[in-house]
Design a protein around this ligand. Structure first.
Ligand code: F6R
Length: 261
């Protein structure tokens, strides 16, 4: 794992956008794993701009989102399919048939989860997975105690996650109680992972995810096992990292990051 600290949330999102754009330019048929949430909005805005102004081409790109609420149709403004259409899919030249999210309305949810794993496999696996992190330490909706080798399945949302997302639904009581999510094991299979976190509200959980012991209580700690995972944070989210100076030193000295400095 490596951690990169940028001065603010805009520059942190900018770096993630640049990494995604670079991977897509190198491999136009990229299989791109996506996340929703507040943190990602800026990344999608930057990718849409790159498409419009720098001709970033998504025509051959395939996408797989991490998760979807159980029980919400794509037409529901709270569904993740709706979020993705609004913020990204409808604004770039992605083929809608190449965009995938789990179907939270599937009559057989277990079969839907197995099918989602199969679809990822048929595409050759995910090349680059973009991740946010929840206050409960989740990646996707892998809530505390998620098995570190879990696959796509239905998970009950933890009270912390329900609270985190309550404002979108006009109160905790309206937040769906379950979601389909890629498993921690599914995420660990992706060839490259980038986790983006910004703001002081994420500082504590980022310190645990990056520097704490690996535990299923904080599924993001499993990323320490991944051979190619980059955590990008702003100064606020980095404020509780013990070894921040070391991470800065690596970013300044590692040739891989030269083009991004
Ligand atoms: C969403 C997802 C979640 C979010 C996380 C952070 O698809 O997988 O893990 O990335 O809850 O959400 P925000 O960015 O709203 O703080």
């Amino acid at each position: 794992m490596e951690a990169i600290i940028r001065p603010n949330k805009e520059s942190a999102a900018h770096l993630v956008g640049q990494i995604i754009a670079g991977e897509l330019r190198r491999n136009p048929s990229l299989v791109l794993g996506l996340a929703t949430g507040r943190t990602m909005e800026e990344v999608y805005r930057l990718l849409v701009n790159a498409h419009r102004e720098k001709k970033l081409d998504f025509s051959l790109c395939r996408t797989f989102n991490l998760d979807e609420y159980v029980g919400l149709p794509p037409s529901d403004p709270h569904s993740y399919r709706y979020f993705m259409n609004e913020h990204f899919f409808s604004r770039v030249n992605l083929d809608p048939g190449n965009t995938h999210l789990p179907n939270g309305l599937a009559p057989n949810l277990d079969a839907e989860c197995r099918d989602y794993e199969e679809k990822i496999k048929r595409c050759g696996g995910i090349d680059l997975q973009v991740l946010g992190i929840g206050k409960a330490g989740h990646i996707g909706f892998n809530e505390p105690l998620s098995a570190l080798l879990s696959r796509t399945r239905v998970k009950a949302l933890s009270p912390i996650t329900v609270e985190q997302n309550a404002e979108f639904f006009g109160g905790a009581a309206r937040v769906p109680r379950r979601a389909i999510t890629m498993g921690v094991g599914t995420i660990l299979d992706c060839r490259r992972c980038i986790l983006l976190a910004t703001g002081t509200s994420k500082a504590e959980v980022i310190a645990k995810a990056v520097e704490g012991p690996i535990t299923s209580m904080i599924s993001a700690t499993a990323l320490q096992l991944h051979p190619r995972c980059t955590v990008v944070v702003d100064e606020e989210a980095a404020s509780k990292l013990q070894a921040a100076d070391y991470y800065r030193w690596i970013f300044e000295n590692e040739p891989e990051w030269e083009e991004f400095r």
